[in-house]
Design a protein around this ligand. Structure first.
Ligand code: AMP
Ligand code: MG
Length: 334
């Protein structure tokens, strides 16, 4: 790929400056790529209606063409350009959870090019709850296809620096509004099955969704409770370059600690050559843990440890999304 000059533009997360938003919208309207903050992670956006622009996302990320993208909208009239139509169950979820980190899979509108959906008849769509993301979609007047702004299978970006580390020279502009809030990717729910299927656990939990629409089913490889799924069952994703191992038994640390990010107790310890390099604290609440997870992994990855050891979080439903990211990050091979 031809190296491009990547510009970082600081922007106010609460009241984005109109000049900056306009500049980013111009880049998008010209068919180029802009990384922008959402409430989950930074997204890499392109005009979802332009197949050439969308192909640049796949090229910049090194993403397999079979992996479909999430389309971001700013209101219901834009939603109607993206999906063929939406059932009552979608309307119920939208009125409760949008804008917010819940992605819905619905039958696609013919206006959405095949490259966005991996050739399939459905499209994943959400309305992000971030003033910068909403202002950008509104100003560019088009739905934005936006996967996470990282190289494929690597750690998701929760800061503009993370985006820069992975995509500098491959994209045109990064809007820097500081760290993102929830820190893990949106919950993905497929509404084309009956009952609906949870495809990816995320910040909106199963219990919250079921309280609104009744029982949903879970995709088979989503870790729930019990032992870790065997390697290979999960796609490797969200992974640091340093090998990552999950442990349940603290005795493992006596033997070969190199790094530890513990949950369930307020301690994080990084041991490098026997020297304690860090004593910062990991949150014990799952939402706050999730918000910090990728930033911690980016940091640990930059320490050149021979191994990262992370304690498996509790086997309860509220830790489902965190366990999903950790087990994928710990899966060997690609
Ligand atoms: P990312 O853009 O990196 O957050 O990843 C998007 C996620 O949404 C992936 O897990 C995709 O497999 C999923 N996704 C996107 N579109 C669809 C679709 N039409 N059907 C099922 N899953 C989808
Ligand atoms: Mg991603």
């Amino acid at each position: 790929m031809i190296s491009r000059r990547t510009l970082i533009l600081p922007i106010d997360p609460n009241g984005p400056e109109p000049g900056g938003v306009r500049q980013a919208a111009d880049v998008l309207r010209s068919g180029w790529l802009v990384a922008f903050p959402t409430e989950t992670v930074y997204g890499l956006g392109a005009n979802a209606l332009d197949p050439d622009a969308v192909s640049r996302i796949f090229e910049a990320k090194g993403r397999p063409a079979t992996n479909p993208l999430i389309v971001h909208v700013c209101d219901e009239s834009m939603l109607s350009q993206v999906v063929a139509d939406w059932p009552a169950v979608a309307a119920k979820l939208i009125s409760r959870f949008w804008p917010g980190p819940l992605t819905l899979v619905l039958p696609k509108n013919p206006a959405i090019p095949d490259i966005v959906t991996g050739g399939g008849p459905t499209v994943a769509v959400r309305m992000p709850a971030h003033p910068v993301a909403l202002a950008l979609i509104r100003e560019s007047r088009m739905p934005l296809a936006a996967p996470s702004a990282n190289r494929s299978s690597e750690l998701s970006p929760t800061t503009a620096e993370h985006v820069w580390k992975g995509l500098e020279g491959r994209i045109d502009l990064i809007l820097d509004a500081g760290p993102t809030q929830s820190g893990i990717e949106s919950t993905v729910l497929d509404l084309t099955t009956h009952p609906p299927t949870l495809l990816r656990p995320g910040p909106i939990g199963v219990a919250e969704i079921e309280a609104r629409i009744g029982p949903i089913q879970r995709k088979r490889d989503t870790p729930r409770t019990g032992p870790l799924p065997s390697p290979g069952m999960l796609e490797r994703h969200y992974a640091p370059n340093t090998p990552l191992e999950l442990f349940a038994d603290r005795a493992v640390l006596e033997e070969r600690a190199s790094a530890l990010v513990a949950s369930g107790q307020t301690v994080k310890k990084v041991l490098l050559g026997g020297i304690d390099h860090s004593a910062s604290v990991m949150p014990t609440h799952h939402d706050q843990y999730a918000a910090r997870l990728f930033a911690e992994l980016h940091d640990l990855d930059s320490l050149w440890l021979n191994r990262i050891l992370i304690e498996m979080p509790p086997e309860t439903d509220d830790w489902l999304a965190v366990r999903d990211r950790l087990t994928r990050a710990a899966t060997e091979g690609s």
